[in-house]
Write a protein that binds this ligand. Structure first.
Ligand code: G3P
Length: 221
């Protein structure tokens, strides 16, 4: 069976930049090599190329745009691919898109051989996103994001109903869950509810010792 994916979103946290970002990258590489569990990172845009060069871990963008040519201030999918990334988040709760934009962005990701991780806020939107056949749908109830309260314990139903809804539409699409994920217990619960991995941010990015948190996260897989 394929390894679950533990995907760390650095967001725009100050702790997710500079030396701290490097510390997280080093820890992710070490823990992934030792455990065999896939640990992906979504650093800030200016860090994408250095991360792809320096660490043997899957690197994702936090957003891509389905554009090329005369557009300013955008993040073309082909640039992200050229930097060495394996994929991108799409429609994160803090970077919402229209449904038409989501469809076009998933198509751009596919065209440029990038994995797509479409974030959603409830089971109905998860099922709708599955219709575009992304690599992953990541269910994240917005009210729990950054709360320190784990979706796996506070709202297990939303994980189960998202997994069921996504697989009804397209059984090939994998499902991540996120919001408040912070421990091996959360990851174990998420996997037992049918998720293929987790998407998380603050518990790793803001940690004093990110390596210790990563070790705990993979400890019950
Ligand atoms: O992208 C992951 C995120 O939205 C969840 O954030 O801080 O609750 O792990 P956090």
């Amino acid at each position: 069976m394929a390894s679950p994916l533990i995907l760390i979103n650095f967001k725009s946290y100050r702790e997710g930049a500079g030396n701290n970002a490097g510390q997280i990258g080093t820890a992710a590489e070490l823990v992934m090599q030792e455990s065999g569990v896939t640990i992906g990172v979504a650093p800030q845009f200016t860090e994408l190329h250095p991360f792809c060069k320096h660490y043997e871990i899957p690197v994702y963008a936090q957003h891509i745009d389905p554009v090329e040519g005369a557009f300013t201030g955008r993040v073309p999918a082909f640039t992200v691919r050229a930097a060495g990334c394996v994929g991108s988040l799409i429609n994160h709760s803090e970077r919402r898109l229209t449904i038409a934009d989501i469809e076009a962005t998933v198509a751009a990701a596919k065209f440029h051989h990038l994995e797509s991780v479409v974030c959603t806020n409830n089971a109905a939107v998860s099922a709708a996103a599955a219709a575009f056949a992304p690599t992953y749908v990541a269910i994240e109830p917005p009210e729990l994001i950054g709360s320190g309260i784990s979706v796996a314990t506070a709202n297990p139903e939303i994980i189960e109903s998202s997994v069921a809804g996504v697989h009804r539409v397209n059984p090939e699409v994998k499902v991540l869950c996120g919001a408040g994920i912070q421990s091996g217990e959360c990851v174990k619960k998420a996997l037992s509810l049918g998720a293929d991995g987790v998407l998380l941010a603050s518990s790793v990015v803001k940690a004093k010792d990110p390596e210790a948190v990563l070790r705990d996260l993979i400890s019950k897989i």
